[in-house]
Design a protein around this ligand. Sequence first.
Ligand code: HEM
Length: 421
Amino acid sequence: MGAYNQIFKAGGVNFDKHAPFYAVPQFKDAYFPIASTKTALARKSMHSPPFSKEAVRRSEHLITDMLAKFLDLLSGYVSGARPVDLTMGVRCLTADISMNYAFQRPFNALDEDGFQSQVIMGTDASSRLFQWLAYFPGFVGGVFRVAENLPEWLIRRYMRPFALVNWCLEVCRDQIAYLQNRSPSENTIRTVFDINLNPNREKGQFTPTTSEMGADAFALLVAGTDTVAVTTVMITWALLNNPQMMQRLKAELREVMPGREDTVDWAGLEKLPYLRAVIREGLRLGYGAPGRLPRVVPSAGAVLCGQKIPAGTVVSSSAYVYHQDPHTFTDPQTFRPERWLAPPTGGSSEMDAKFVPFSKGSRSCIGINLAYAELDLIVAHLYRRFDVSNAGTTDADMQWKDCLAPVTKGHLKVTVKESVD
Ligand code: HEM
């Protein structure tokens, strides 16, 4: 863990990101792929205030409005027991939350019939392209650069994943144009891009180019969609396979929401120990971003795990390695929320130290508070309102591969019934 803390340290000597790993063309103007921590932080720091815990609480309705819409759509599946593609449904929900949170203007992915949204096809294509880049950065990076310069009609006809990702980027740029053009009277609460658009130059703030802000919006969409969605899906899959855990969770939820359509705010849900344990265990096993996050050893070199490592060496670590450590997490492949409950039943400072789903340091996840709020609110209200049953999903469907966020082989299909109060 010492090496991890050194590589992913806040401030001090920084291990910059390894640029070729992050070279997806559609991200190129965002701060997410910028290798230099210092350069990236100049932009990232302008986005940070709206993601603080207090800001998320103030803007909670931007999450719950989308969640209420999703739950109402699910109730349409109750009669006739039509199966729901929960993987697509939750992805539409998290995409709409991310965009509503960033712009107070969702993409309305939830409105698409059967949750088959083109936005989600775009974020999915982006993750799948990322996977190739991660393993063959040189070759695939070259192909990406060629593809970037091809005429749009050629891309649309022969390179559908690229066309989908380009389309998503365009929609994100439209969102920025919408903010630039909207009248001040419409500014009810601050958006993620407010500092960008109204910078305080004395504090060193500035307005990035329109293309940079569009790419930042696209990064928020991709980073905020599948990460939260896959964690929710993995939690659902685990609870479906462990009915006694589902019952324990429902019993806890019933205490704060006596009626199945009652609601509780995030602050109220944070006090529920079993819900918190379920979310933590889901983050441990659902991973969000499980794979390596490569960094470059700075000019002074480094000593990692007792070894001298020369400057310029690419090093990494991953949440998967720590989350699967059997010395810390007994029987690590097993979903067992009880391990997080207070001692003597479970929980330890060692587990806390090795729990790194959002990474650490200056380049860690900007959306951590938003992600926790979403997970708490979605899981609590979904399982208080509905009884969910598997509709033919297999273990093989739920196998995942690392595409920065995990992408499962198949989709989780379920049937829903209104919970019996
Ligand atoms: C379960 C949910 C999530 C998990 C597990 C997660 C995890 C991570 C991790 C591990 C990183 C570091 C990536 C790297 O070093 O390359 C990261 C970065 C990032 N995340 Fe998240 N994330 C989640 C949700 C979100 C949400 C909801 C948003 C915003 C809507 C978001 C926005 C970002 C951004 C913009 C970065 C880049 C930060 C930078 O470049 O410094 N994430 N996330």
